[in-house]
Design a protein around this ligand. Structure first.
Ligand SMILES: CC(C)(COP(=O)(O)OP(=O)(O)OC[C@H]1O[C@@H](n2cnc3c(N)ncnc32)[C@H](O)[C@@H]1OP(=O)(O)O)[C@@H](O)C(=O)NCCC(=O)NCCS
Length: 211
């Protein structure tokens, strides 16, 4: 028998076959269905459900009481706050079978979904976007956008380190107070970090690093 390189609490159910990455931890009362794929170094808190066929990237943190239904994909470094809600049928009716007509939800690298937020299916949450606690998201969210409210509206931009970006300076730059990295709205509704590519993982050190 091969050695298991991830941790599953004895109270959790993991249906085989499925893929779970090295150093991932699956805590109390979770249920992982067959054919789910979970990357390395993830943390699934108490009472997390992952449906069959779902793909979860590396270093994803899922807090307590979250169900990741079929049709949902979480890229690397996503944070799901406690009791946030995913959906996969836009117009459910108990008397009508909609298996096979699930709508996709894609949460892109590094995005945060706040506690108790709801993501209505069909939306893509952009890289490093930040969904505030309790928000209801109905449509696509740009990279780095801070969304709040019901329905969610954009309140501003959030840095990769999780700080609301100030208004642009005279050069059109928004500087993160933690990292010092510069962000710019390069075209209307499109923000980019000038100091670190969106798809590049953070350096192990918290020192400011410019490419
Ligand atoms: C969004 C958040 C990060 C605050 O950001 P912030 O920029 O420091 O917030 P501010 O207090 O300056 O508020 C900015 C605006 O968003 C609004 N806002 C902030 N959080 C909100 C929320 N959860 N729902 C609705 N509106 C919210 C504020 O009222 C304010 O609106 P205004 O500009 O019209 O006055 C925080 O409220 C939040 O929701 N964090 C998520 C916490 C969480 O779920 N953690 C999970 C792990 S335990």
């Amino acid at each position: 028998m091969t050695e298991r390189l991830y941790y599953v609490h004895p109270s959790a159910y993991v249906d085989e076959p499925c893929e779970i990455g090295v150093d991932t931890k699956i805590w109390h009362f979770c249920h992982i269905m067959a054919h789910a794929r979970i990357g390395e170094n993830c943390n699934l808190g108490q009472n997390v459900f992952v449906a069959g066929g779902v793909v979860i990237g590396a270093n994803v943190k899922i807090q307590n009481n979250v169900s990741v239904y079929a049709g949902v994909e979480l890229e690397d470094d996503v944070f799901c706050g406690p009791s946030c809600v995913f959906t996969n049928v836009i117009n459910p009716r108990s008397q009508i079978v909609r298996h096979g007509s699930y709508m996709r939800t894609l949460v892109r690298r590094g995005a945060t979904i706040g506690a108790n937020a709801t993501i209505v299916c069909g939306a893509t949450i952009g890289r490093y976007a930040f969904i505030a606690a309790g928000a209801v998201v109905r449509s696509d969210v740009p990279d780095y956008a801070l969304m709040a409210g019901v329905p969610a509206v954009q309140k501003g931009w959030m840095s990769r380190h999780g700080h609301r970006l100030p208004a642009p300076d005279a050069d059109g730059l928004m500087v993160c107070p933690e990292s010092g990295w510069r962000y710019q709205e390069v075209e209307p509704g499109v923000v980019r970090c000038l100091d670190w590519p969106e798809d590049k993982p953070l350096a192990a050190t918290t020192e400011i690093a410019r490419v």
